[in-house]
Design a protein around this ligand. Structure first.
Ligand SMILES: N[C@@H](CCC(=O)N[C@@H](CS)C(=O)NCC(=O)O)C(=O)O
Length: 231
């Protein structure tokens, strides 16, 4: 079998998504750790957008974490991380899209905001997204099971979890403790955090707080920070 090589960074929540999938599927893979502050000279030849994660497998080179994760699901369908029924697969993808286009940008917007009025706006926007997930997601979808889609751990859990692991960053720098009125999300978080594939990739709150200091003080100059400022 062709080797699976993941260009990754320990700090990166998007790369963490793909490491969780590789681990959950029991796949052997090689990690190339990229220092995002000092990328190798040839990195753009591997990563067209200059970002991690990138997965190389045989003749395939795949980037964008949620695309990598579906590529892995297509190639290695066991254990499944998406439902088999098309309608349920569509629901999973709708949530992944919500996470990518609303929740994750909200997280960065709040962290990058440098004045208190903007921070207040993004704090309430992000809180609104949490309430939406609490009431439209967990309450209506997963009454039957511990994970987002019910009994089975899925790509939805994996797409969302890394920013919960980093919630301490928002509490520390932006005065946003996790809201007390989202008990289902809190329970979901505890269950996903305990999954062995998640445990295998987890970092401490102290690590994340230290790693995100440049986002919080406005000095982050990498591509992701620049793009999220414009988003
Ligand atoms: N949409 C991409 C985002 C990947 C991304 O933003 N990765 C960050 C690290 S967390 C990166 O490599 N940034 C490069 C930089 O900031 O220069 C994905 O889902 O894979």
């Amino acid at each position: 079998m062709a080797t699976l090589e993941l260009y990754s960074a320990a700090v990166c929540p998007f790369a963490q998504r793909s490491r969780i999938v590789l681990t959950a599927k029991g796949l052997a893979f090689t990690v190339h750790e990229i220092d995002l502050h000092n990328k190798p000279a040839d990195f753009e030849a591997i990563s067209p957008l200059g970002k991690v994660p990138v997965l190389c497998h045989g003749g395939d080179r795949v980037w964008e974490s949620t695309i990598i994760n579906e590529y892995l699901e297509d190639l290695f369908p066991t254990p499944p991380l998406l439902p088999l029924v098309p309608g349920q697969r569509a629901i999973a993808r709708i949530w992944i899209d919500f996470i990518n286009t609303r929740f994750v940008p909200g997280f960065y917007k709040l962290l990058l905001a440098q004045n208190s009025a903007l921070q207040a706006d993004w704090r309430s926007e992000l809180t609104r997204h949490l309430h939406y997930m609490e009431h439209q997601g967990l309450a209506s979808l997963s009454a039957a099971g511990p994970y987002w889609l019910g009994d089975e751990f899925s790509l939805v859990d994996i797409a969302l979890y890394p920013w919960f692991e980093r919630w301490a960053v928002l509490s520390h720098y932006r005065d946003l403790p996790f809201p007390a009125d989202c008990p289902r999300l809190r329970d979901w978080w505890a269950r996903v955090e305990a999954h062995p594939a998640v445990q295998a990739t987890a970092q401490t709150a102290t690590f994340h707080i230290q790693q995100y200091s440049r986002y919080a003080d406005g000095s982050a100059a990498g591509r992701t920070a620049q793009e999220m400022r414009r988003y």
